[in-house]
Design a protein around this ligand. Structure first.
Ligand code: NAG
Ligand code: NAG
Ligand code: NAG
Ligand code: NAG
Ligand code: NAG
Ligand code: NAG
Ligand code: NAG
Ligand code: NAG
Ligand code: NAG
Ligand code: NAG
Length: 816
């Protein structure tokens, strides 16, 4: 009996013990009520884990479980000290949140939900908070300065909300903070210098806001800082050299701001820096050679600034380099051979600079590169066959350079050497457009989708190219066939060459004897040509393409004759300027030498002269064809002029200045245009200006009937020419001034030129001299238009000595 009682008792104890095993603890009544009340204000998705906040059947009032999966954690006294509702799909505000009952909270995480409305100032009551994460919600309003009371806070994440106003200086009191991230909000005002007091902060991320003003020098005090992000704001002023004291800095993001001045050497010398982004600012000056000391640097973004000078040779010492972006600056000189030491390089973008020389063979060392963009430079000579070694390449852009000769391979006859391009990985994106490449395009599937246009000398079975005349490309894999071709072709080529030599000699002699005095010799008379294309373009082709210079193909007339559009092959269009038949009489040899010299000039803002063709019936110059036609025809048409907004107009002025500066200052001897007017400025599809007829006025000077054309176009001629007859570069500067003013006004400035010196730029802007066919400039473009106005005023100075040089004009516009 006793024993059975004992047994029962033991059983009861056991059951009670078993029942206590889960040891479910509940948060205190006050805290529970506070949470439940807030809960009732929220929109909670069905099946939410928050159902664990629903009171248990036993009517326990203290019903918020301390270990519930939705993120309540209690301390030893069953008081809630952590609340984590991250990624729960909740929607609601903090209005009902009873801060005063949850003062024991140390961790509060509401990240990745749909909370909205303000952050209540009562947050100051959570004085034990160590961790506050409200990121990735829709909180709005300001950052309450009261957050500055939370002295224990080590982590403060407010990023990706809709918070506005400025950063309260009180945040500088958070001495324990190690991470402050407020990126991707609407914050504005300046960055408070009090942030320089955050002694322990390692990550300070303020990017993607609207902060303005300078980067405070005090940030240089943050000795623990490893990551500083202020990119995508409206920060201005120079980069404080005090940041050079941030010896722990690993990543510094300052891109997309309006920072100016030079790159401080102190920053470059930061030993631990591995990621430095400064692109899209107004940073100027030279690239410091001290970068060579930054052996940890893996990513360097300096694109879209105003950097000048050469890429320092010391760059080669940055052995860890993965991504190097220097595009869209004004860098000149060659691509340093030293870059070959970039063993790990994955991306290189040097596009949009003024780099010249050849592409170094050492590129073959970049075994891991997958993005290579050298477009928009002045790189010349051959594409090195080492390009074939870049086995990881997925994008290759060499467009808009002066690359010449054949695409590397193509021993074409024996087929023994593998073609450089065929060995590139398949599916790679290739852009070789707008160069001077010649010869057959190698048979390679990668060229099916490649951009190859704008290379008059290329041929092959690819879109946009003419077929190659040579049969050699077919049946390329049959060795017997090759030998056969060799046997047949070699003697044949010899005979043809000999024949050509003899004919050439005869033609040349005749040319020397007969200057083309009698324009209507019989059909099939002599011809002579200098062209840059591989023999494909000859007199007959042009005659065919223009239907014997039919009116229908005429696209304009100038002082020297009419201009025709000739489509020699599909997508291979040239402009042909038919000269008055008597042009170039007298010193024919000298004339041809001049043409030859001009065909060698290559600049993206100067219309290319491909060559000259002379025949007893016609002589003509062959030029690059530009689809948008002349600036004159656009400005004269109300419809077309409407498309020419202020940005385009400013860009046209800039590009004309570039072309003129090149001819005046980078050619030896300098070349003077003598006839700059809106009729001679042609536009490409992107409204980039190309100056046409460079040097032709000089070429044709011997022809007295063209006197007016030599002296220029009425309305654009500098005043001193009338009495000195001495042509200098400053004559072009004057004409440029007229054209620039005409672009702003939409019509020839006429008499305005005379009283220009008495008018201020503001006056001009407000007197509505601007072209009324387009809306007035925005405040951004107004600044640039004013610069154009003041430059054209300087160029129109009646004293040629006082006019700026085109070099000065071009440099000044670069900064606009
Ligand atoms: C739960 O208990 C409280 C008292 O602690 C009481 O007021 C309330 O009515 C009870 N609720 C239910 C559903 O029994
Ligand atoms: C909150 O929970 C998420 C996972 O649900 C976790 O990633 C996060 O670190 C937690 N926050 C805190 C402060 O513990
Ligand atoms: C906070 O915790 C302490 C003990 O750690 C407790 O005495 C106090 O009641 C708690 N405060 C609240 C508001 O629950
Ligand atoms: C952000 O806040 C502003 C007011 O500060 C409001 O007009 C806007 O609609 C909000 N945007 C979103 C996406 O909530
Ligand atoms: C910041 O933005 C607010 C509107 O959100 C505006 O009222 C205030 O003038 C702005 N402050 C600055 C300095 O731009
Ligand atoms: C840093 O680079 C410069 C120029 O390349 C060099 O003269 C200097 O000695 C280097 N300084 C250090 C500390 O390596
Ligand atoms: C190369 O850079 C130019 C800008 O300079 C850009 O327009 C072009 O898209 C880039 N090419 C590729 C393949 O990204
Ligand atoms: C490259 O341009 C510079 C001027 O910037 C000139 O001095 C140099 O001769 C040019 N080099 C080549 C190879 O064209
Ligand atoms: C060319 O591009 C088309 C469309 O993007 C694609 O389907 C095709 O596979 C590409 N061809 C080659 C040879 O890369
Ligand atoms: C050009 O290429 C296409 C497809 O690659 C082929 O069908 C066609 O026969 C080729 N034409 C010539 C003339 O080789």
């Amino acid at each position: 009996m006793l024993s059975s009682n004992l047994l029962l008792f033991s059983l009861a104890i056991l059951i009670i013990t078993l029942l206590r095993i889960p040891n479910i603890a509940y948060a205190s009544l006050e805290e529970t009520n506070a949470l439940l009340e807030w809960k009732s204000s929220l929109q909670i998705p069905r099946n939410s884990l928050l159902s664990s906040w629903i009171p248990l059947p036993m009517n326990s009032s203290a019903s918020v479980q301390c270990t519930s999966r939705f993120g309540v954690v209690c301390n030893a006294d069953w008081s809630i000290h952590r609340l984590n509702l991250s990624s729960s799909g909740f929607k609601g505000t903090l209005h009902q949140f009873a801060f005063s009952f949850l003062r024991n909270l140390t961790h509060f995480d509401l990240s990745v939900n749909n909370f909205f409305g303000p952050i209540p100032p009562e947050i100051r009551l959570l004085t034990k908070l160590v961790y506050l994460d409200l990121s990735l919600n829709k909180f709005s309003g300001i950052i309450p300065p009261e957050i500055g009371n939370l002295h224990q806070l080590t982590i403060l994440y407010l990023y990706s909300n809709n918070i506005s106003g400025s950063i309260p200086i009180e945040l500088g009191n958070l001495k324990s903070l190690t991470e402050l991230e407020v990126s991707n909000n609407q914050l504005n005002g300046s960055i408070p210098s009090s942030l320089g007091n955050l002694d322990n902060v390692q990550r300070l991320i303020l990017k993607d806001n609207k902060f303005s003003g300078p980067i405070p020098t005090e940030l240089g005090n943050l000795k623990s800082l490893t990551h500083l992000g202020v990119s995508n704001n409206q920060l201005s002023g120079s980069i404080p050299s005090s940041l050079g004291a941030l010896t722990s800095l690993v990543a510094l993001y300052m891109h997309y701001n309006q920072l100016s001045g030079p790159i401080p050497i102190q920053i470059v010398n930061l030993k631990s820096l591995s990621d430095l982004r400064m692109k899209n600012n107004q940073i100027s000056g030279f690239i410091p050679p001290e970068f060579g000391n930054s052996t940890q640097l893996q990513r360097l973004y300096l694109s879209s600034n105003h950097l000048v000078g050469e890429i320092p040779k010391e760059f080669g010492k940055m052995k860890s380099m993965l991504y190097l972006y220097l595009s869209d600056n004004q860098l000149s000189g060659i691509i340093p051979l030293e870059l070959q030491f970039y063993e790990f390089l994955e991306k290189l973008d040097l596009s949009g600079n003024r780099l010249n020389g050849s592409i170094p063979k050492s590129i073959g060392h970049w075994a891991h590169i997958h993005y290579l963009n050298l477009s928009n430079n002045q790189l010349s000579e051959k594409i090195p066959s080492e390009i074939g070694k870049l086995g990881q390449l997925t994008e290759l852009d060499l467009s808009q350079n002066l690359l010449t000769e054949e695409i590397p391979s193509e021993n074409r006859l024996s087929g023994s050497n593998p073609n450089a391009f065929t060995s590139l990985p398949s599916g790679i994106d290739i852009d070789l457009s707008n160069n001077e490449l010649t010869g057959p395009v190698p048979f390679c599937s990668n060229f099916v989708n490649a951009s190859l246009q704008g290379n008059l000398g290329l041929c092959g079975n690819f879109t946009g190219l003419k077929f190659c005349a040579s049969p050699i490309l077919n049946k390329r894999n049959d060795p017997l066939h090759h030998q056969l071709i060799l046997v047949i072709m070699l003697p044949l080529i010899g005979v043809i060459l000999l024949g050509l030599y003899v004919c050439g000699l005869i033609v040349y002699r005749k040319q020397m004897i007969h200057s083309p005095q009698n324009p209507f010799d019989e059909e099939g008379g002599d011809h002579f040509s200098i062209t840059n294309f591989d023999g494909g373009v000859v007199y007959d082709d042009i005659l065919k393409a223009t239907n014997d210079f039919d009116e229908a193909y005429c696209i304009g007339t100038g002082g020297y004759g009419a201009v025709y559009k000739a489509e020699l092959q599909p997508n291979n269009v040239v402009a042909v300027k038919k000269l008055h038949s008597s042009s170039g009489n007298g010193d024919h040899n000298g004339f041809l030498n001049e043409v030859r010299a001009l065909t060698n000039i290559r600049h993206r803002n100067i219309v290319k002269l491909y060559g000259y063709c002379s025949h007893a019936r016609h002589s003509f110059l062959i030029y690059e064809y530009l689809e948008k036609g002349s600036l004159g025809s656009i400005l004269r048409s109300n419809d077309l002029a409407k498309d020419l907004d202020w940005l385009k107009r400013v860009n046209i002025v800039k590009t004309i200045a570039n072309g003129l500066a090149y001819m005046h200052h980078d050619c030896s001897p300098p070349i003077i245009h003598r006839d700059i007017s809106i009729a001679n400025i042609l536009l490409d599809s992107d409204y980039g200006a190309h100056i046409s007829d460079f040097g032709t006025s000089k070429l044709l000077k011997l022809d007295s009937s063209n006197w007016t054309a030599i002296a220029g176009t009425y309305g654009y001629i500098s005043p001193e020419l009338a009495y000195t007859m001495v042509i200098t570069e400053k004559c072009d500067v004057y004409s440029f001034g007229v054209v620039a003013l005409e672009l702003v006004m939409g019509k020839h400035p006429g008499e305005l030129i005379a009283y220009l010196p008495t008018l201020s730029d503001d006056h001009l802007v407000h007197a509505n001299v601007g072209d009324s066919r387009i809306p007035p400039p925005s405040s951004q473009s107004e600044k640039q238009v004013k610069i154009v106005l003041s430059l054209s005023r300087a160029c129109l100075n009646s004293n040629p000595q006082e006019r700026p040089t085109m070099h000065q004009v071009s440099n000044f516009l670069m900064k606009a």
